[in-house]
Design a protein around this ligand. Structure first.
Ligand code: NAP
Length: 471
């Protein structure tokens, strides 16, 4: 078992003021993977002091210098890709071969963010005014456990590109890839204080980070409940707050869509990362006259996905990220049954042969009404609700009947038809006719899914202020 006794503050590994360690568990084996030290409020102060001290010099570097540092970071991280994938698999259960792609490939986005550093040099003349961009300042970053490296890169890369300094706290469930990231920061010799890493519990460190007088901006990815609290806390000092929160995304399959292909895409989309994807298309909306056929296709696809050891090459569905997340998901499955939804496949029993570990069967519910709890609340597990509809009007209305608006999907007979429907869905994104994820496109939510945008050129907008000089 690994043991980490230091925090990364001001360019050095330092012992924490805080006491004790948090244990990182392997959800596949329920065994211990690592012990990671706990920061306390003195450590929070030390980290923000370091980030504040570094800010004037780092924010004054040229775009070319920052781009150079980001490229160095990129090359060094590429060399640690296998370690990063293994750290993620061991701590949250994403199958290793899949983790290498969906969890770790995000490292490549650093190359693009290097280029985006130059956007800070864009100036605009408006009549007698000169409008310039300046780094927002010291950032407080709090990230979740489901795509832990992806969340880190999505915040740290644009912050570095724009000239911000930062203090990051990963989820205490998955701190290991963040520790590797800090090792890489130390290895390349990034100027001290630019990037600081605190490990420990969100419940202990969160408030102090979010309200810290030296934090100019808070970027949080996690649940809507925690996001609401963060926004309230940060309001006192009018900090900029970027929230990337939960989702309950609809997937409309139209009557003329290729049913087999569309349903198969929808099932695999949800089951990857064991349903722990914020943009997962967990409400599948199917024309009533195709409902029986669609449920049978969904059953066949879900039952064909190999569930089990995340280290096995052919595993598609690993364990949930933790035993407590398994409990949460099972409670939702029970709730669905209590409310009258019927199982197409899956359910409360353990998958065959998996006597321990945080496993849940890929589960598909039919006869789901959109007002049911399982259709309204984010389950964050391998669970799909199949909902019938009669007209596109009704499908759009069901799709929009949610407090969330993070993502969506439409599969129609033609791209044009799908885009017409996509435009009517109140969500920050839409996967059209099976379109692929794109690291250069913005990701973020409408409604209670958040207020920020990460990735691509829009991903840096959160990190700069606009100054207008009247000449
Ligand atoms: P969470 O419980 O809200 O935790 C997220 C982070 O907040 C963790 O680092 C956690 O630390 C920390 N935290 C806990 N209590 C806090 C507090 N009082 N103040 C400040 N920080 C606190 O969410 P999660 O269960 O880890 O993540 C799953 C959620 O993230 C889902 O809702 C998912 O949809 C959402 N998500 C959204 C996006 C997006 O782009 N919109 C992407 C990925 C995930 P500890 O782990 O130490 O408690």
């Amino acid at each position: 078992m690994q043991r980490f006794d230091k925090l990364f503050i001001n360019g050095e590994w330092v012992p924490p003021h805080g006491s004790g360690h948090t244990t990182v568990f392997n959800p596949a084996t329920e065994g211990e993977v690592a012990q990671v030290c706990n920061a306390d409020l003195d450590d929070v102060n030390a980290a923000f002091a370091a980030a504040r001290a570094a800010f004037p010099i780092w924010s004054a570097t040229s775009a070319a210098e920052r781009a150079d540092w980001i490229r160095k970071l990129h090359s060094a991280l590429e060399r640690r890709k296998d370690d990063l994938a293994m750290a993620i698999t061991q701590s949250m259960g994403c199958p290793l071969e899949i983790a290498k792609i969906i969890q770790v490939n995000c490292v490549k986005a650093l190359e693009k963010f290097a280029g985006r550093a130059y956007e800070m040099e864009v100036e605009k003349r408006i009549n007698n005014s000169l409008v310039v961009r300046e780094a927002v300042g010291v950032c407080a970053f709090i990230t979740p456990w489901n795509y832990p490296l992806y969340q880190l890169i999505g915040k740290v890369a644009p912050a570095l590109a724009t000239g911000c300094t930062m203090v990051l706290k990963p989820s205490s469930v998955t701190p290991l890839q963040d520790i590797i990231f800090a090792e890489v920061v130390a290895e390349i010799g990034l100027p001290k204080g630019v990037f600081n890493l605190l490990t420990g519990k969100g419940g202990v460190l969160g408030d102090a980070m979010v309200t810290h007088p030296e934090a100019d901006m808070v970027s949080f990815t996690g649940s809507t409940a925690t996001g609401k609290r963060i926004q309230q806390l940060a309001a006192d000092s009018i900090k900029r707050v970027c929230l990337e929160l939960g989702g309950k995304s609809p997937f409309i399959i139209t009557e003329n869509a290729p049913l087999e292909q569309a349903v198969s895409f929808g099932v695999k989309d949800v089951m990857i990362n064991t349903g722990q994807t914020c943009i997962a298309l967990t409400r599948m909306l199917v024309p009533a006259n195709k409902y029986e056929e669609a449920t049978q296709i969904a059953k066949k696809v879900a039952e064909s996905l190999k569930v089990g050891d995340p280290l096995a090459k052919d595993t598609y569905v690993g364990p949930m990220s933790s035993m407590s997340q398994r409990e949460t998901v099972l409670k939702y499955i029970q709730k669905g049954l209590d409310e009258g939804a019927k199982l197409v496949t899956g359910g409360l029993e353990r998958p065959k042969g998996l006597t321990h570990g945080a496993y849940v069967k890929p589960t598909i519910f039919r006869d789901v009404h959109n007002k049911m709890t399982i259709a309204q609340e984010e389950i964050f597990g391998p669970v799909i609700c199949m909902i019938p509809y009669n007209t596109i009007e009704e499908a759009v209305s069901i799709a929009n009947d949610s407090i969330y608006g993070l993502s969506s999907g439409v599969w129609a007979g033609t791209q044009e038809e799908a885009i017409r429907i996509a435009r009517r869905i109140r969500a920050g994104g839409c996967y059209v006719n099976g379109g692929d994820f794109n690291y250069d496109a913005p990701l973020g939510g409408y409604k209670q899914s958040g207020n920020g945008r990460e990735w691509g050129e829009f991903g840096i907008h959160e990190f700069y202020e606009i100054k207008s000089m009247q000449l």
